[in-house]
Every structure is written in structure tokens, then in C-alpha cells.
Ligand binder design. Structure first.
Ligand SMILES: Cc1cc2nc3c(=O)[nH]c(=O)nc-3n(C[C@H](O)[C@H](O)[C@H](O)COP(=O)(O)OP(=O)(O)OC[C@H]3O[C@@H](n4cnc5c(N)ncnc54)[C@H](O)[C@@H]3O)c2cc1C
Length: 305
């Protein structure tokens, strides 16, 4: 990769499902782990921070954008292959930039069971591993057999059992939160063959449940808050009287369809409008229930305070 592959001042709103946020000072979409490593060296040399972006479906990007290098793991790293080990199960290997829904649909096509829930999650495979994305009782950790990542020094492959998966967390998320480098390059899943009709029926059922309960036609980052232990965030928000609530006409609103989603109506709200509403919801839910909601959505760039 050369400096030519690095773009400057790239608007990021289109790279986030929230459809808001400012530009990246530098932006690149590498094709493999060696280019990722090269980009990290480049950033070190230029003394700029790095943010790794997947499909931007769990990120709120600040209105000022990101004053550094955004490395987007996307279509250039979206290879998908499969092979059958001897015990009849199938190994599916997916580049971190592959859409997680595409991975899920591929498993359905191949009559593989266990990844039906993935079909409705709008992230990348890398983002799903990082967040241990899950839905309807399934989690990414259930079928991950190996993950290949760049740890800032080398490209290494570890077993699923070493990935320290937990509720919306993983080894990679923990390393990132500790200020260390962990860029997921590839995941390998191991899945069993099942009955195609059952798999298709389950996938359709989950899709229908999602469409019936979530505001999928309005920009958002999915569930804004993590599930507090022993509670449901959406229920607490509803009980605080905030379902459908908006502070103003900015476009930021607690979804009238699903109180766990903060949405950006018409994509016209600024990130700061969304953030003000999130802070308000946290405060009001704490007042009404004593439960402190934690954001599931990851913040990119500066939000002051
Ligand atoms: C309508 C809607 C419905 C949703 N439903 C669900 C759901 O049912 N279950 C669920 O768990 N989530 C859900 N989400 C949230 C989101 O889709 C998941 O968290 C998803 O896994 C995020 O993947 P991403 O590629 O978009 O990650 P991004 O939003 O791009 O990034 C999220 C975090 O992962 C890191 N990251 C991304 N890719 C990599 C990589 N290759 N290497 C290292 N770090 C990386 C980023 O730095 C960031 O910290 C939903 C979102 C929306 C908009």
C-alpha cells in the first residue's frame, strides 16, 4: 500500500448506520493484514491516532469526526470459503470485512445451523467478533473456532476458546479498551449440517420478529444500551416514560417502536443531538429505577466532557 491509498478529509456519516458524524482526517480501506500493519506504521510515523471501523453499525461518530486515521475493514477484506473437516462439520472462513448477514445467509444456503441469528445483524464479521454480537439466544462465540488478528507486532491466529468472549465483549474489545492494538482480519466458524427447511424457517421467523419489533427503516446503531444484569434496557426506558421521547425536533428520538433504540429520524440529527438524548435517557432511567444504563454504542472521536 502507498500513501496514495490514504484519502484525506473523508465524510464518515455514510459509513455509520446512525448517518451522522464528521470526517476522518485520513481514511484507508486495506486489502489484507500486511496493509493493516503498514497503515499502523504510517500512522505511528505521522503521529496520528488510529480507529478501526467495520460496518459502523455500532458506532456514534462525533460531529468533529476523527482527527486521525480511520482504517475501514470492508469489502476489500471479504473473502468467504468453506471446507468440510472429517467429522462432517463444516469450517467457514470469512474475511473480517464480510457482511455478517452475508455470512449468515451463506450458512443457510449451505444447510448449516447455528448462525441463523447472524442474518439480521447489520455489522461486519470483524465487528461481530469484536462485540460478540448476538440475538435471540445465539451469540457469535457459539461457533467461532479461530480468529486471525494483527496485534500491533504480528499477525497471529488464536482458538475461539482464547477469545475471552462475554456479553458484548471479547479479547479484542478488552485489548482495545486497554489502549492496545487488535485488528481482526479473519474469523473461522465451525458449524453442523442441519435440515435446510428448518434452517430457512428459523431464519425467516427471526427476521419477521426483528422487523415487527425494531425500527429497521430509521437510522440507528441498534440497541443503544447494554442489557443491565437482571433487567431489560428497553423496559426500563419505557417505564421511565421515554418511549417515543425527543428532547427537540433535531431528529434524535427514543424509537416509538422499540425503546431500546435511539434513532436519527431522516438522518438529520447531529451526533451531539443523539448524545444529548442518550445522556438524558441515562439520567432519567437512573432517577426512576436506580439502574445506571451503559452504552453499547461505541463513541468515535471527541464528545467533550
Ligand atoms: C438495526 C440494527 C440492529 C442491530 N441488531 C443487533 C443485534 O441483534 N445484536 C447485536 O449484537 N448487535 C446488533 N446491532 C449492533 C451491531 O450491528 C453489532 O454490534 C455489530 O457486531 C457491529 O459490527 P460493525 O462491523 O458494524 O462494527 P462497527 O460499528 O464498525 O465497530 C464496532 C466496534 O468494533 C470495532 N471493530 C469493528 N471491526 C473491527 C475489526 N475488524 N477489528 C477490530 N475491531 C473492529 C470498532 O473499532 C468498534 O469499536 C444492530 C445494529 C443495528 C443498526
Amino acid at each position: 500500500m502507498s500513501d496514495n491509498g490514504i484519502q484525506q478529509n473523508v465524510p464518515l456519516a455514510g459509513y455509520s448506520t446512525f448517518r451522522c458524524g464528521g470526517p476522518a482526517r485520513f481514511f484507508a480501506e486495506p486489502s489484507d493484514g500486511y496493509e493493516v500493519a503498514w497503515l499502523f506504521d504510517w500512522a505511528k510515523d505521522k503521529n496520528v491516532n488510529v480507529f478501526v471501523l467495520g460496518n459502523g453499525s455500532n458506532c456514534l461518530i462525533s460531529d468533529e469526526g476523527f482527527d486521525g486515521l480511520v482504517i475501514r475493514i470492508g469489502k476489500n477484506m471479504s473473502k468467504l470459503t468453506s471446507e468440510e473437516p472429517e467429522d462432517g462439520r463444516v469450517l467457514v472462513t470469512a474475511g473480517a470485512g464480510l457482511s455478517y448477514a452475508r455470512f449468515g445467509n451463506y450458512c443457510v444456503e449451505q444447510s448449516l445451523t447455528g448462525a441463523e441469528f447472524a442474518c439480521g445483524i447489520p455489522g461486519s464479521c470483524g465487528g461481530a467478533v469484536f462485540m460478540n454480537a448476538g440475538a435471540y439466544g445465539g451469540e457469535t462465540k457459539d461457533f467461532i473456532s479461530k480468529v486471525t488478528y494483527w496485534n500491533g507486532e504480528q499477525i497471529i491466529t488464536i482458538d475461539g476458546s482464547q477469545c475471552e468472549f462475554g456479553y458484548r465483549t471479547s479479547l479484542f474489545e478488552k485489548l482495545n479498551s486497554a489502549g492496545k492494538t487488535a485488528v481482526i482480519l479473519e474469523m473461522q466458524a465451525i458449524l453442523s449440517k442441519g435440515n435446510k427447511e428448518d434452517i430457512v424457517a428459523l431464519t425467516d421467523d427471526l427476521r419477521a420478529r426483528r422487523t415487527a419489533s425494531q425500527p429497521l427503516d430509521v437510522p440507528s446503531a441498534g440497541s443503544t444500551f447494554k442489557r443491565p444484569e437482571g433487567y431489560f434496557a428497553a423496559k426500563l426506558i419505557e417505564e421511565a416514560g421515554l418511549k417515543g421521547f425527543a428532547l427537540d425536533d433535531s431528529g434524535a428520538q427514543v424509537s416509538p417502536k422499540h425503546a431500546g433504540f435511539v434513532v436519527n429520524n431522516g438522518g438529520r440529527a447531529k451526533a451531539s443531538d443523539v448524545m444529548r438524548l442518550i445522556d438524558y435517557v441515562v439520567e432519567k432511567v437512573y432517577e426512576s429505577s436506580g439502574v445506571k444504563l451503559e452504552k453499547e454504542v461505541r463513541l468515535v472521536g471527541s464528545f467533550g466532557g
